[in-house]
Each structure stands twice: as structure tokens, then as C-alpha cells.
Write a protein that binds this ligand. Structure first.
Ligand code: F0G
Length: 361
């Protein structure tokens, strides 16, 4: 038969590399297997000889990389008999937790910072039926509360401090290695709690140990300047950035992230909000790929480090686009004040005239 077998999610595909048993009930929405897109126009516009690929994690079922970790975390929670999961979130984790809880038939409690969640993420948590606790405080405070309440109530934490989250998320590195057939020279990610960069390093390292691909990339973590504890060398108490997904001042995977930065010979750096938004727009306009602001920090940082020579010519670079642009329509529309949009009468004459005028320049 000329048909490929059906893709049934990353646990099924990578079960030999994940902590599941043959009889584990898998809670999946078909996550993973996301496109690795080679950028043509962006690379050309930089004027340097580099290959840049973006791993478009925004095409996961709930629109972010969190689904990779959540399929594992919820599968294991259910296996352990848990009836409720809980997380603090800047938005995407809450969307993923709510969706996988719905799929499993259990309850999701999500703590989110009031007024600091992108609209799409809020809509998701509501639609998937999570119990939403808006707190008058930021993500870091929410995370502290979640850790405390989990000691006193029968709820399983599904933030990236749950080791199964990292297990699921490491599969992104597997997919990249399989698709390229080699490890990239540099892997760039936006960093908040640093769970995802930790997970990628775990994935690359497992392949490396197996000897299948005998190389690992240098890992580069980019933060927003107003929320850049890795650049300050200490926790930041009042993080602020337009990239609300990474508005985090107390990263949960602090030590692991420093360790992998050293081991991989990579680095951390920061971007101003304007530079994050400029990268988001450049990617959409010149490649047709729409990611959310936080995600664009990886590409914005990579472009800058190619231009300034920190990433040398000849390099192969993968940037993770962690979330879909549709998650945050408000920030997108705010940036498009000059969008080519006019209101006209609904007549053939008007439509024709407008198109011909536009073509004439
Ligand atoms: N990009 C996006 C779109 C995110 O939602 C997050 C984290 C990150 C990057 C950073 O990943 O924390 O593993 O370093 N979002 C979490 C949430 C905090 O609650 O959705 P990290």
C-alpha cells in the first residue's frame, strides 16, 4: 500500500526512549512531528553564508511546544491515579494542561497572572474547561503558590518541574536530528523557566550517547531584556516584557540551564522588546511563518549573532518557534498600524480600481 502509517503522537513514536509501559494508557492529541522549515529569504537578507531552520512548534495541537511535555505529564498523572492537575502559567502551559486534562477526563486548575495572558491562550483555557484562578501577581508568585498547594491538596503539578514534561519535550531534538541527519551547530531558544532548553539538551545528549549522531549543538538561550535573570546573574523580581510567555524572573531550571550552557559551549543573551517584535514581523512578512512574540526571540537573537560574527559563517542553525502567532492577536494587530487595508464600497468598479491603483504603485 502506498500509504504511510498514521502518526499517533510522540509517545507512541518514541516509546523506547520514554518512561511508559506497554499497557500505559496514552493521553495524546497527535502532538509532535512539527515542520522544520528552512528559511530562504531571511537568510538571504542577512548577507552571510548560514543555513537557518525554524522548528515550528506552534503547529502542535494547542499551538505550542508545551503539548510535547503535557502528553507525557498527563499520561503519567493518569497512570498514577491522579484526578486533577495544576500549573502556574504565562498562558501556553495552561492551554496545554487544560486540553490534555479534558482529553483524559480529569480536572485542570491553572493559575495565571491577571491581565498578562495573551487572548488566544485565555480562550483556550476557557474552552477546554479548566478552572482558571487569575492571581493578582506574576508567574513567579503563581509558581510558588502551586508548589505549596500541591503539598496540601491532591493535585499533580504539570509545570516543567515535573520531570515527565522534560521527557516529552526532549523529543523535539530527536525530530531535528532525524530530519537533518546531523546535529545543527547552534540551537537557539527563547528562555523563561529554561525547561525547554534543558529538555532539548537532554534529547541531543541521549542521541549523542547512543553514538547515532556524534555531535551536539551549542545551545543559545535568549531572554527579553526586561525579564533576563540569566543575563543579570540573579533572579529578577519584577519581570516585564511584551513577550508575556517569557515574563519570568525566577526560572525553575536555573542550575540545569547554567550547566548545559557550559557543557554545550553556548551562551545566554537578551533582546529588547522592539527587536523581538521586529523579528516576529520579519519572519511573517518574508517567510510566511507566524509565531508569537516570545518565539521570535530565538530568531531575532540568531540573526543578530550571525551579523556580529558570534555565530560564524558556514553554520547550521535551528531556532525553535515555541508558539503560534495566533495565540496573541492583540500584539500582532498593534504592530500592523500600516497594514495594507482599506474599506471600500462593495462594487466591482471599486474593487478593480483599488487593485489597479495598488499595482501601479
Ligand atoms: N516560548 C513560549 C511561547 C512559552 O510559552 C514559553 C514558556 C517559553 C518560550 C519558555 O519556555 O519556560 O521552558 O524556558 N511558557 C510557560 C507557560 C512559562 O506558562 O506557558 P521555558
Amino acid at each position: 500500500m502506498p500509504f504511510r502509517s498514521r502518526y499517533t503522537g510522540l509517545i507512541d513514536k518514541y516509546r523506547d526512549h520514554l518512561p511508559v509501559h506497554d499497557d500505559t494508557r496514552i493521553i495524546s492529541l497527535g502532538e509532535g512531528n512539527t515542520p522544520l522549515i528552512r528559511l530562504h529569504n531571511v537568510s538571504d537578507s542577512i548577507g552571510k553564508d548560514v543555513d537557518i531552520y525554524v522548528k515550528y512548534e506552534g503547529l502542535n495541537p494547542t499551538g505550542s511546544f508545551k503539548d510535547r511535555g503535557m502528553t507525557m505529564a498527563v499520561t503519567k498523572a493518569v497512570e498514577d491515579g491522579s484526578k486533577a492537575i495544576i500549573c502556574a502559567s504565562t498562558g501556553n502551559t495552561s492551554a496545554a494542561a487544560a486540553a490534555y486534562a479534558a482529553r483524559a477526563g480529569i480536572t485542570a486548575y491553572v493559575l495565571i497572572p491577571e491581565g498578562k495572558i495573551a487572548m488566544g491562550k485565555m480562550a483556550q483555557a476557557m474552552m477546554y474547561g479548566a478552572t482558571i484562578l487569575q492571581i493578582k501577581g506574576n508567574f513567579d508568585l503563581g509558581m510558588d503558590l502551586v508548589k505549596q498547594v500541591a503539598k496540601e491538596a491532591p493535585v499533580t503539578i504539570v509545570n516543567s518541574i515535573n520531570p515527565f514534561r522534560i521527557q516529552g519535550q526532549k523529543t523535539a531534538a530527536f525530530e531535528i536530528l532525524e530530519e537533518l541527519g546531523f546535529a545543527p551547530d547552534f540551537h537557539c531558544l527563547p528562555v523563561g523557566n529554561a525547561g525547554n532548553i534543558t529538555a532539548h539538551w537532554m534529547g541531543y545528549s541521549e542521541y549523542h550517547k547512543s553514538g547515532i549522531v556524534n555531535a551536539r549543538p551549542k545551545m543559545i538561550g535568549y531572554q527579553a531584556s526586561g525579564a533576563a535573570p540569566f543575563m543579570r546573574g540573579e533572579m529578577v523580581d519584577n519581570p516585564e516584557t511584551v513577550a508575556t510567555a517569557i515574563r519570568i524572573g525566577h526560572p525553575q531550571s536555573w542550575d540545569k540551564a547554567w550547566a548545559l550552557q557550559k557543557e554545550s559551549h553556548g551562551w545566554f543573551d537578551e533582546l529588547a522588546d522592539e527587536d523581538i517584535l521586529a523579528a516576529q514581523k520579519l519572519l511573517a512578512l518574508s517567510e510566511g511563518v507566524f509565531c508569537e512574540p516570545a518565539s521570535a526571540a530565538s530568531l531575532g537573537g540568531a540573526i543578530r549573532d550571525v551579523k556580529n560574527g558570534k555565530i560564524p559563517e558556514g553554520s547550521k542553525i535551528v531556532c525553535t518557534l515555541t508558539g503560534n502567532g495566533l495565540k496573541d492577536p492583540d500584539t500582532a494587530i498593534d504592530q500592523c498600524a500600516n497594514a495594507k487595508m482599506t474599506t471600500i464600497d462593495a462594487t466591482l468598479d471599486e474593487v478593480k480600481r483599488t487593485i489597479l491603483d495598488s499595482m501601479a504603485g
